[in-house]
Design a protein around this ligand. Sequence first.
Ligand SMILES: [Zn+2]
Length: 570
Amino acid sequence: MHFKYPPNEDLRRLLRFEPDSGAIWLGDRRMVLMHTMAMSALRQDLITSVGAEHARRILTRMGYAAGMCDAEYARKTRPDMTLNECFLVGPQLFMLEGAAHVTPVKFTLDIENGDFYGEFNWDHSWEAYAHQQKYGVGTDPACWTLLGYASGYTSAFMGKLILFKETLCAACGAEHCQIIGRPIEEWPDGEAHRVYFNDDSLMEKMETLQLQVDALKSKMEPANLGGQLIGHSKAFRKAYTLMQKVAQTQATVLLTGETGVGKERFARALHELSSRADKPFVAVNCAALPAELVEAELFGVEKGAYTGAHTQRMGRFERADGGTLLLDEVGELPLAAQAKLLRVLQEGEIERVGGEATRKVNVRLVAATNVDLQQAVLAGRFRADLLYRLNVYPICIPPLRERKSDIEPLAQNMLLRFCALHSKRVSGFEERALQALKQHSWPGNVRELENLVERGVILASQSGLVEVENLFPNQPDAVQTSLDAHGHLAKLPSAHDTDLCARILDSGKALEDIDALVLDLAVGRARGNLSEAARLLGMTRPQLAYRLKHRQPRGPTSDATDLRSETATL
Ligand SMILES: [Zn+2]
C-alpha cells in the first residue's frame, strides 16, 4: 500500500474502553464490539427472511447511519489540517473500526461547488469475507454495509448525496474490492439507487401488498370456481349437486329462489364449472332495463333503428357468444321481448333491432326468477311456450333461513372480503353478534347478510370484533341476548316485550281471548290470505289453520266466519 495517511493518533484517542462502566466510546458516541460471526449470522437471517434485495437495503442504511456519525469527527479532530486530510478521517476510522483496509486510488473534492470524485480499493473487507463464506463466490458485489458507510460518510462530509458503487468485490472473486463515488445525479442510474437510502418500512409495504392481494381476491371471487359457493347445509348441497350435474351439459337452466339467495353467484359457478369457462359470462337483470330498450340491449341494434341509436351496438347475446348468458328476473321481460327470446332459443340466431340480417350465436342460457312463472303464465304475463323452453332443468336455491348452519361460515367469509375491501382489520364476530345472526329471519337472504356484514365491518372498531350493535344498529331490541340463569347465551325478553305483557295482564282479558284476537288481527292484515297470516305469526299455514279450526267459537265477526269456511276446504 503506497498511500501515506496522516498519523491516526488523534482518532485512536477518540476510542476509549470503559469496562468498569460496561461501555466503549468513540468520542462522545457509544460503540459496541461485535463478532463478525454474529454480524454474519444477522446478515444471513435478513437475507433468508426478507430476501437479498431488502437485506441489502437494510444493511446499506445501517452502514449509511454509521458513516454519517463518523463524519462528525472529520473537522472536529482535524480543524487545522487540509480538506483532504480532514476527509481521510473517514477511511482511517473505517480501518480502525475493522471494516476493511482502504487505499485511496484517486479522489478530488470541492465542497463549495459540490464536486466529488473518489476511487478507493478495499482489502480484507469483513463483509465480503462473511458473504463468501455463506454463499460462495457470487456475481454481485456484497459489501452492502461498508458501501453504505462510504456513502453516508461522504454525503455528510460534502453536504449532498454522494453515491458509492462497488465496481469490484472480493465476494465475487476479485483480488480486492473497488469503490467509486460521485454525486448521485452524476450516475446515469443514480435515481435507481436512491431507494437504498430511503426510509421505508418493509412491514408496511408487505401489509399494503397483502391488502391489495385480498382486494383483488375479493374482486375475482364471483368469477371464481364454484368452490367459492359456501354452504354445507343439506338444503344448499342439494341445489349445488344439481348445478354440478348440469354444468357440463348445454342444457338451459332455470334458477328459482327468493330475492337475494345468490342466483347470480350460482349462475357464475355454473359457468365456471362448464366447458365454456374461458368464454364470457354475461349477466342481464331484465327488471333493470327500461321496457323500450330491452330488445336493443339483448339483441343489439343497427344504426338509426330508433331515435338515439347513433351507432350500431352489439347486444348481450352477441357479447356472450361462446359463453353463458344469465337473464335474471326473466319474469319481468315484456311479452314482445319474450317472443323474440323464444325465437332465438329455437333458431340459435339473433336479429338486431332495425336490422334484417340474422347472426348465429352460441350461448348457454341460464334464466333466474324469484316469481312463480307458472302463476305468471296463468295471469297472462309470461308465455307458456317460453316457460317450457326455460324450464328444462330447474334448480331451486333455498332461502337463508332454511340453511341456518351456513350463516356463520358465510358471514366469516364475507368478513374477510369486506376487511380487504375497506382496508380494515377486524378480528371476527363477537359471540352475541353470531347468535343474533343465527336468530335473524333473513327476509333478504344472502344479500341481506352481505349488507349487514359490510356495515358491521365498517362500524366495528379497528382490530376489534364486530359487535351486535354494529350489525343491527337501529333495532337494539330485536336481538337482545344475554346470559341466562345457567350462564348460557339466551334471548331474554326486551323491555318492550315486558311492557307489552304487562299491558296484556292489566287488560284483564283471558289468554285464550288474546290469542284469538291476535290470530284475527293477523288474518285481517293479510286480507284473508292464510299463508301470509301464518308468516306474520311465525307459524306454518297448517298450524294456523288448525288453530283457527279448533278454537272456541267467539262472537260472529265476519272475518272469523269467512276463515272457518276457508279452512274447512283445506
Ligand atoms: Zn466487496
